[in-house]
Design a protein around this ligand. Sequence first.
Ligand code: SF4
Ligand code: SF4
Length: 386
Amino acid sequence: MAFISSGYNPDKPMEDRITDIGPRKFDEFLPPVIKKNFGEWDYHEILEPGILVHVAKSGDKVYTIRCGGARLMTTSHIREMLEIADKHCGGHLRFTTRNNVEFMVDDEAKMKALKEDLASRKFAGGSNKFPIGGTGAGITNIVHTQGWVHCHTPATDASGPVKAVMDDCYEHFTSMDLPAPLRISLACCLNMCGAVHASDIGLVGIHRKPPIIDHSVLDNVCEIPLAVSACPLGAIKPTKTELQGEKVNTVAVNENRCMYCGNCYTMCPALPLADKEGDGIAIMVGGKISNRISEPKFSKVVVAYVPNEPPRWPTLTKTVKNIVEVYSKNARKYERLGDWAERIGWEKFFELTGIPFTHHCIDDFRDPAYYTWRQSTQFKFTSHVK
Ligand code: SF4
Ligand code: SF4
């Protein structure tokens, strides 16, 4: 395509440069009914899955329809949302913290027309463009990351597994039949961009092989001390090696110490470690962020590895679905997955879900690992004990 200038002058890059202006102020975009009743809301109700009504002290009402969003979307899709917003909502819409989209209207008749319109829109492949749901005690959108679409450190994809898991859990997106909300998040590497470490179910891409060392370029492309200090286990040391008769500075990785976190690769491009067979996903459960009844919790690893199986990740989706269903059947009302697992005991969690417990799940990282072992005689016999 022929070059079209925006007016920027590369010969004088600092001329007419606008900087530090920050984002647009949020209240420029508020629908009139929100602006008018800002800070004056009385109560709210969930009318049905995906549909809320907030009532202001003035008596004004705002109906909200929440729709699933794929997060990664084209400008055409955004334009379609804008068309819907123009048609029904005076041009207003918003995105939630879990990347759903919400359309708001100020009376019930408008809400019904909007609902019908949204439900009718599908992609050529058959998927719903704007599935209504994500409220109350169900499964809402999956907070996820870049995967093979854009990052260089992933051990799995993000968009692919998220589509597969949401397809499998779709009935819980469009209903509110769980004991409490169930948050699923995915990160494609242990950097854990997002919320996996504090979700009811967290899916994390992991490696199982140490990095390959490209001695020929390492000293040219890496700041060696940074790679050394990137390692949480002290597995890396600076060293010299002979390469085609030449002495080069490089690093050595003690493979017995390495746990394949990939941190050294983040620091040093000469230490790649992605591997088709080695890489996969670890499943964690029991995290939460809210302070409701119990304190916030980290999620805990319960399945150390499931393989990457593009494009539909069947082992992953089956394992997740099973955890959801067993929790749904056994937990008490208002119990988040972590509240439930802690009440019944983790040995019972493993027994009920049928997940095989492996030594990989036993913490062995530094002094704090000790506090995750059981320093009590209190436990329950399970079918695991033969
Ligand atoms: S989780 Fe890791 S691989 Fe995924 S986007 Fe973040 S840094 Fe990249
Ligand atoms: S992958 Fe992680 S544990 Fe292994 S050498 Fe690199 S930084 Fe250390």
